[in-house]
Design a protein around this ligand. Structure first.
Ligand SMILES: *[C@@H]1O[C@H](CO)[C@@H](O)[C@H](O)[C@H]1NC(C)=O
Ligand SMILES: *[C@@H]1O[C@H](CO)[C@@H](O)[C@H](O)[C@H]1NC(C)=O
Ligand SMILES: *[C@@H]1O[C@H](CO)[C@@H](O)[C@H](O)[C@H]1NC(C)=O
Ligand SMILES: *[C@@H]1O[C@H](CO)[C@@H](O)[C@H](O)[C@H]1NC(C)=O
Ligand SMILES: *[C@@H]1O[C@H](CO)[C@@H](O)[C@H](O)[C@H]1NC(C)=O
Ligand SMILES: *[C@@H]1O[C@H](CO)[C@@H](O)[C@H](O)[C@H]1NC(C)=O
Ligand SMILES: *[C@@H]1O[C@H](CO)[C@@H](O)[C@H](O)[C@H]1NC(C)=O
Ligand SMILES: *[C@@H]1O[C@H](CO)[C@@H](O)[C@H](O)[C@H]1NC(C)=O
Ligand SMILES: *[C@@H]1O[C@H](CO)[C@@H](O)[C@H](O)[C@H]1NC(C)=O
Length: 815
């Protein structure tokens, strides 16, 4: 049936056959929201404005039931579901009925803080003002600092807020529901009690995209429970610069691995989002080249030759579009000297023509205004809006609180004949179509039934499973690991007894919980490594803080050395504060000297074997500590539910199963080096991409190619047998790389990942991994921006960098 958007929601419109393809019962559509009472805040001495130290639990004491298990509706997700060129007739009709102001209003997205009073409560006057004056099309959550208590809410409080906005939006002016966007990038991590997932880094390290899918699906459900419909994820940026503060957020440095994770992440968020009301729209970001700042600081300029951009940076975005990503976000700052937000080349030619993206594009935070506020690339707000609308295909402006509001300027530009109204209709049409696809005209309100599933034990288990699969064992001399229950193991470091320090940014707030909030902010959702150790060993762990999260001594270090000497084994936790973006900028990967010297002293003055436990945003230089350590474990940022699985791995309840999704440099000068550097140049990192092992000795044998010749249109099958010679079950990833040994004119990369797979191998058993390699995959972008194939000998390596690697060779022909 067709939904007439003109008449939607005016009376208690009921879309009768929603249930036809849906096995899930939506609440009855009408113009009244479900009543989801929001209790709190507790008043303090009759105060209106809340003091900074007001505890979140006092502000929002509500907790969902968190049923132990639940089922979600099932839809066919095998086909492409995503944006198309078509705008439905009813959407066109609606668009035509709107005034110019209302059309432009659809393109404006305002921060939620605009609608929260200083008492932390909903300011309906402000909502009415923005609906009436600006025809506001969208609202987003801006999660910052102490104000997180005005953003980090229970799903009940969130739903109460979003439903209140919807009720006002659908009862005034053109009566169009808003689309609500939120950074649900690792679980619905800004919604209290929603299970926060491990960082993107960890998901990549699993080398199993089902983890990206599962995280996306859980995230979508919890986001919908809060009445939001749109996440600003996944990230398709590459970790190509290790100083960058946003390393942990991405799926690693490899375009193929990254692209696979991005693809399945989009599928997880969206499913069949045109029918399934437990799913949300994805927004792949940041288009394009964001992860390559020229001095390692966030938002600094990027300079990327076009052939490298197409070879490495574009493919993960293409995977997102292939998966049907409904929206895309352009990136902060500039690429190759030009502002991204003003770029015809990238935001029209590359995005819409070359990569054929059909969906809706939103700006990064206030980027249109940044042209005149920061970049010196526009004279004023009107000029900035003109430039972005004229040169790019951007559809929605994400607007900062208190800056220019976009709508007045754009209306003026259209009236002055500078911007054709068709340009506005193009964008407003995409936005309205997305709202229809997400079912907002059927029912703009949240589904109260979903609230009970938020924080489910089922989701906690999914998060822990991802952590288990992600932890990378990098070194294990003399089988120091796993620890035995009877051993006296001393644990040192602030992140051993902290939930927030093992979780990183983009959870609770953008920058993670503040030190003032501490772990209390989690209100029991999550645990620490210390708690995990206690659960695994059945007794309290032997822990001394020693140094704080930034590596400064907080205890008498002689005492730490003395305790280390008494212990059978000692573990040092390495971390960093929960920061991202500009606040997370650093100038060197060197460790704090106090921390470094302490570990060196333990190495020199005692004979206790040392384990380094890395739980950090990015790879800090280990220097000699790498030699001193008997064992090194990379847990990345496993998130609030990482405590137990980290402990399980240390004590051998689970054999490590992750592989490095990025190159771990030795020193600062290698911060830009990736494993796909050219074949004859230096690649001498601390840990190579793709390395890692378990507690079992896995041997590979019988590598077989279906042909010794690789030609276009004639794929070659590669198979290999892996055998578990150990005593524990092993979840084993196999990674297939190619190396073209000679490639005319373009020095080949030392390695490129072409495929990977992961299988569980029982003790004593063997499994077969099968891969396919095509000649087309061996094509590369020339400086003339043509995709070329050059003949030459090719090595196929399984598990390059690991002791059990196996190589087979074939010859690549151009035809
Ligand atoms: C939000 O909560 C308040 C306070 O309990 C209640 O009066 C109001 O009806 C709720 N609104 C919605 C839309 O659920
Ligand atoms: C609510 O919003 C209106 C309009 O923006 C503003 O004038 C008023 O001060 C706000 N109220 C509170 C309590 O912040
Ligand atoms: C904005 O800048 C443009 C370009 O210089 C100028 O024509 C226009 O008058 C300015 N508008 C305002 C409101 O200052
Ligand atoms: C951009 O503006 C210029 C000057 O007004 C105009 O010639 C051109 O057609 C505009 N381009 C687009 C894509 O609107
Ligand atoms: C761990 O930290 C908490 C504060 O977050 C503290 O109350 C507790 O005593 C610490 N645990 C140990 C074993 O010191
Ligand atoms: C760590 O300790 C140093 C030195 O006392 C102090 O300056 C720093 O603020 C502390 N860091 C944190 C996160 O507490
Ligand atoms: C693993 O087992 C194989 C075959 O028994 C043996 O050659 C190899 O040295 C073992 N590797 C390790 C790391 O123990
Ligand atoms: C490898 O292949 C040989 C010959 O086909 C076979 O005898 C052997 O069992 C195979 N090894 C494994 C581990 O499958
Ligand atoms: C792998 O490929 C071989 C040879 O083509 C085939 O015999 C085998 O069944 C395949 N194994 C799996 C697990 O697909």
């Amino acid at each position: 049936m067709k939904i007439n958007l003109l008449n939607h929601l005016i009376s208690s419109l009921i879309i009768a056959d929603v249930g036809v393809d849906s096995v899930y019962s939506l609440s009855v559509s009408n113009a009244q929201p479900p009543s989801i009472p929001a209790t709190g805040p507790r008043t303090v001495g009759g105060r209106v404005c809340l003091p900074d130290k007001f505890l979140l639990q006092d502000f929002d004491p509500m907790r969902p039931i968190s049923v132990p298990t639940y089922d979600l509706p099932k839809f066919d997700e095998s086909k492409y579901v995503g944006p198309t060129d078509e705008i439905d007739q009813d959407v066109k009709d609606l668009l035509e009925s709107l005034t110019l102001e209302q059309k432009v209003g659809q393109m404006a997205q305002y921060p939620h803080s605009t609608f929260i009073g200083c008492d932390g409560l909903i300011n309906t006057t402000a909502i009415e003002l923005y609906v009436d004056t600006y025809g506001m099309g969208s609202v987003l959550t801006v999660a910052g600092g102490v104000f997180s208590r005005w953003a980090y809410w229970s799903p009940q409080r969130y739903a109460n807020f979003t439903n209140t906005i919807q009720q006002i939006a659908i009862s005034r002016g053109p009566k169009i529901p808003i689309i609500y966007g939120i950074d649900s990038v690792r679980g619905a991590a800004l919604i209290k009690s929603a299970v926060i997932m491990p960082s993107g880094y960890n998901v990549a390290a699993t080398f199993d995209p089902t983890h990206a899918y599962t995280a996306g699906k859980i995230t979508a459900k919890d986001t919908r429970a809060a009445g939001a419909h749109w996440t600003f994820g996944p990230l398709a940026d590459l970790n190509s610069e290790k100083l960058w503060s946003r390393n942990f957020e991405n799926f690693g440095e490899d375009p193929y691995l990254n692209g696979e994770m991005v693809y399945h992440s989009v599928k997880g968020y969206q499913g069949d989002y045109k029918k399934d009301r437990t799913r949300i729209a994805a927004c792949v970001k940041h288009f394009i080249g964001y992860g390559y700042p020229h001095n390692g600081h966030d938002q600094e300029p990027r300079y990327i030759p076009m052939n490298r951009l197409m070879e490495y940076f574009a493919p993960p975005f293409q995977k997102a579009f292939d998966a049907g990503s409904a929206t895309v976000m352009e990136t902060y700052g500039s690429l190759n000297g030009e502002d991204m937000i003003a770029s015809k080349l990238f935001l029209r030619e590359l995005l819409r023509k070359t990569m054929e993206f059909k969906g809706m594009m939103v700006t990064d935070f206030d980027e249109i205004n940044s042209q005149y506020l920061k970049h010196h690339t526009a004279f004023n707000a009107t000029d900035a809006s003109f430039i972005s609308l004229n040169y790019t295909s951007v559809d929605m402006s994400m607007i900062r609180n208190g800056g220019s509001l976009f709508v007045p300027e754009v209306v003026q530009l259209v009236k002055a004949g500078k911007i054709p109204v068709g340009r506005i209709e193009e964008s407003a049409g995409r936005i309205l179509q997305l709202k229809k696809d997400l079912g907002l005209f059927e029912n703009p309100f949240s589904d109260p039934a979903l609230i009970d599933t938020v924080g489910s034990a089922q989701d906690v288990e999914a998060a822990r499973n991802t952590v288990r699969e992600s932890i990378v064992l990098l070194k294990n001399e003399n089988d120091v690991l796993p620890f035995k229950p009877e051993e006296n193991v001393l644990f040192v470091g602030a992140n051993i007894n902290s939930t927030r320090y093992i979780s990183g940014g983009w959870q609770v707030t953008a920058q993670g919980p503040s030190d003032a909030q501490g772990d209390l902010v989690y209100d029991g959702y999550g645990d620490t490594i210390l708690l995990g150790l206690q659960k695994v060993t059945g007794k309290p762990a032997n822990w001394i803080q020693g140094y704080n999260i930034t590596g400064y001594a907080v205890d008498d270090l002689n005492e730490v050395v003395r305790l280390a000497r008494l212990a059978d084994k000692v573990v040092f936790g390495f971390g960093e504060r929960t920061l991202t973006e500009i606040p997370g900028d650093i100038n060197t990967l060197d460790l704090n000297k106090e921390q470094y010297n302490l570990i060196e002293r333990v190495a020199v003055e005692t004979s206790t074997p040392i384990t380094l436990l890395l739980l950090q945003n990015r790879p800090f230089s280990l220097g000699k500590l790498s030699k001193y350590a008997s064992a090194i474990v990379n847990g990345m940022l496993p998130g609030p539910y990482g405590g137990l699985p980290v402990a399980e791995v240390l004590y051998g309840k689970y054999s490590p199963a992750g592989r490095m999704p990025y190159t771990y440099p030795k020193r600062d000068y290698q911060s830009f080096v990736t494993y796909y550097t050219t074949i004859w140049n230096e690649y001498d990192p601390e840990f190579a991409f793709g390395v890692g092992m378990g507690y079992n000795n896995i041997t590979y044998s019988n590598i077989t190619l279906s042909s010794a010749e690789l030609r276009p249109g004639k794929p070659v099958s590669v198979s290999i047998t892996a055998t578990n010679n150990g005593k524990l079950p092993q979840s084993e990833p196999a990674i297939m790389y190619t190396t073209q040994k000679i490639r005319r004119r373009y020095s080949p990369e030392r390695l490129r990942v072409r495929s990977f797979d992961k299988k569980v191998i029982a003790p004593g058993a063997s499994v077969e991994f099968n891969f396919t390699l095509t000649a087309e995959e061996m094509m590369f972008w020339s400086v003339e921006l043509e995709k070329e194939l050059e003949e030459g000998p090719v090595d196929i390596t399984i598990n390059a960098g690991n002791a059990n690697a196996k190589v087979a060779s074939l010859y690549l022909y151009e035809d």
